[in-house]
Design a protein around this ligand. Sequence first.
Ligand code: NAD
Length: 490
Amino acid sequence: MSHDPLRERVGLLLDGEERFSSAVEEVRNPGRPQEVVGTFAVGDPAHIDAAVRQAAAVQKGWGGSDPADRAAALRRAAERIEEHAERLAVLASRESGSLIALCRWEATAAAQAFRNAADHLSAVSGYAEHGDAAIGDRVLVHRRPFGVVACIVPWNAPMILSANKLAAALATGNAVVMKPSPLAPLAASRLAQIVATCLPAGLVSVVGGGADVGEALLDHDLVRKVSFTGGGATARVIMARAARTLTPVHFELGGNDPALVLEDADLEAAARGIAAAAFRRGGQVCFAVKRVYVHQAVAAEFEDLLVAHLDGMRVGDALDETVTMGPLISRRQCEDIRAVAARARAVGREVVACGVPVGELADGHFHLPTVVLGAHHEDEVVGIEQFGPILPIVRSSSEAEMIRLANDSEYGLCSSIWSQDDERALAIAGRIEVGVTFVNRHEFSPQGSKWIPFGGVKQSGIGWENSPAGLGEFLQYHSIDSRSSAAASA
Ligand code: NAD
């Protein structure tokens, strides 16, 4: 039987080669669940053990190599990702339901993440020297890699989230064993395979599978650091598991980003930007706007403008270039969003479904962009990370109240302030308890940014990605405090 060219067949990446295991799972297009996009090989504890042991052996040479050589390898990886960008983008769009335009951006941003890490490497390499030569006291402070890093990534932006981890961990001299999400493992695995062709065999491995494979990786005693992007519930399980060996964790987690629309905002720009930021990937973005606080003096006008923007959204196949919102990742995700909307309606909120369905959506996991008007800060739909196309709008009476409500959350990923008074907006931005605050934008992705340390405070994360701070997550200190033999004998 000939191989279907539309079906991607992805193996494990072990010892620099693609290996096919007997256990295989299908990946389906969330917009057309009858369409199998491809299959991926599922690993077991023996694969994890082989991957980690080899990574530990190869890392010794890589960790001690010249940073300039590592930077050159990362730049080659960036070029190779770009050569394959269109193929990767189509694959990611088909398996995750993200719009093809967004996946093209993601593939390019993934390549850029490798260049950024190469550029930043000199800032975190080398050593500092301190001490007093006159009394024979010399201190050398080195930064060195952890060794083998376990990277566990989610499905919603599989290429850029994998690239962020791979680039920073490899640049700083670590080896990586990566576990992609079983919901969208194909493009992330292909990306890692492409990167691996520029590196010593076994420095990067990929083992596919679900929570059990992830746990086998966490439990390996040669794993020295865990870098995880995903949900808070999973992070709690991972942290408890890592606690057994006190393995340090780096977490990029969920958010409940507030947008604050002040009475002096450009309401048209705010409605346009918030519509784009809240419904990007159908709201399945960690830094999507997930609640809006709008000053009551302008609330009615802002809500009308927002609904008008959402009514213009075209919901359909992610590969259709005229579509502006694709499907959700799973039937369950659709059902969860429908249930949240129903409960909001049951407590008296106005739930408005917007947008235009395009084409045949019958079987796909589609949900129209939806706003909840008249929401209260205490409502379920305001407090949770919905992770879908539903956006509550809360009317607020003052700037002080908006700041208080924005900060009244267990999350602290991103936020945005919308005002035409730049100084006022900056002053408010400084008072929001999050990792990143935007002013008059929120749709811009800080993922893959060269200079913005991306991450969350409170329960949105531990540590940072991007920028020299992101590389710092994969380095630890080693200091040599030396007394000269002459001074010691004196
Ligand atoms: P998830 O937590 O369900 O899964 C993430 C990864 O963890 C997957 O690879 C999964 O297989 C693995 N996993 C699950 N249980 C595990 C276990 N017990 N041990 C080891 N690994 C395990 O998250 P998801 O649904 O894939 O992604 C959505 C979540 O990710 C949202 O909360 C979103 O906000 C968050 N996210 C955060 C960022 C960020 O940078 N802050 C970016 C994207 C997504």
